[in-house]
Design a binder for this molecule. Structure first.
Ligand code: AGP
Length: 344
């Protein structure tokens, strides 16, 4: 077992370190041009998924909204029976295992409504691939750790390559070397943040725009493997309820890179601090203002907006991982969780 971990302490850690290659391989894989044509003529794209895969789908919605006109809906697969897909929709199931019962059930319903279907999956030949019209494979290789890391980054890579095919003209940044930001992110020191998280019973993860779904995933990751209660929130929603929970014992992980949301995120952080909450800010290297408002700053290297987003994804995975190490958890096999959920 230790040989298969390749010198790493846990599969999760090994799998995080594989992400630069996984992203590169997946992002540069060809996508069926017929599928891209289907998307171009779709009235709507509907993404269905569970858990981490849902969070990747939600990120796709934000990316599409920023760069393309086609509307994207994202539904939790187990709730799909209450939201009929529209005729003319392309339905994309996102499922690392390709075996998730809720996702396959929702997909079958979409097929019955005559929708074009596709799956983003890490397992060639899995059940989902036998149901759909198009398969988009993530190139993550086998993921042993129950908590998804490299498979999530690979799902994001698929969606970014779909985006590149669909709306190339509107993406202004150079994506050829973007995987290198992940290599840089692996060098970021998250230890001080992990100490703070490991000592907490409740944590809020907040961000705006792309960093809302990224925060949802950060919170899901830490709760899965540390058993600490963590909630991802759109930063602007905090004041509509959860702010009543803020105190010295509830750290906030606030993603505050220097993107369009920067000024308002900075003022959100000040509001949280004013309620006594310790803040772990994830920001852009070179930002000196963040040091003045946050208790702990974790910086990713300055890059393009999509590059910094990928770096933040990896940093939040490492934050979860290191917090779980401090707590001595069974990281690769957290209690009550299975790698694929094949019951409804
Ligand atoms: C990920 O860390 C989780 N174990 C879980 O949320 C998972 O993403 C979910 O069960 C969906 O699985 P799938 O991608 O295989 O469909």
């Amino acid at each position: 077992d230790s040989a298969r971990k390749g010198g790493f302490d846990h599969y999760m850690q090994k799998e995080i370190y594989e992400e630069p290659d996984v992203f590169y391989r997946t992002f540069n894989s060809e996508i069926d041009p017929d599928f891209i044509s289907e998307l171009k003529s779709a009235e709507e794209i509907c993404v269905i998924a569970c858990g981490t895969s849902y969070n990747a789908g939600l990120l796709f919605r934000y990316l599409m909204e920023m760069h393309c006109d086609t509307p994207v809906r994202v539904e939790v697969a187990s709730e799909c029976r209450f939201f009929r897909p529209r005729r003319g929709s392309v339905v994309i199931a996102v499922t690392q295992s390709g075996e998730t019962a809720d996702t396959i059930a929702a997909l079958n319903m979409a097929k019955a409504f005559g929708c074009t279907t596709a799956a983003v999956t890490n397992v060639v030949g899995s059940s989902v691939t036998r149901v759909v019209d198009y398969s988009l494979c993530t190139r993550a290789g086998p993921e042993i750790s129950v908590a998804a890391t490299k498979s999530y980054t690979a799902q994001v890579a698929v969606f970014m390559s779909v985006l590149r095919e669909l709306c190339n003209g509107s993406i202004k940044e150079d994506l050829d070397e973007i995987h290198k930001v992940i290599e840089d992110a692996l060098l970021v020191d998250v230890s001080e943040g992990a100490e703070m998280c490991a000592g907490a019973s409740d944590i809020f993860y907040v961000g705006r725009g792309l960093y809302y779904p990224v925060s949802l995933e950060g919170a899901l990751k830490i709760k899965e493997i540390t058993y600490i209660h963590a909630e991802g929130y759109a930063a602007g929603e905090l004041k509509h309820g959860p702010i009543s929970l803020l105190c010295e014992e509830t750290p906030i992980v606030a993603v505050c890179t220097m993107d369009v949301s920067y000024p308002v995120m900075l003022s959100n952080i000040k509001e949280m601090k004013a309620r006594g909450a310790p803040v772990i800010a994830v920001g852009t290297e070179g930002d000196e203002d963040l040091d003045d408002v946050a208790d702990v700053c974790i910086y990713v290297k300055k890059s393009t907006p999509l590059g910094e987003m990928l770096a933040v994804i990896v940093v939040l995975q490492m934050l979860a991982y290191q917090s779980a190490v401090i707590l001595g958890r069974d990281i690769d096999k957290p209690r009550n969780l299975a790698k694929s959920v094949t019951v409804i």
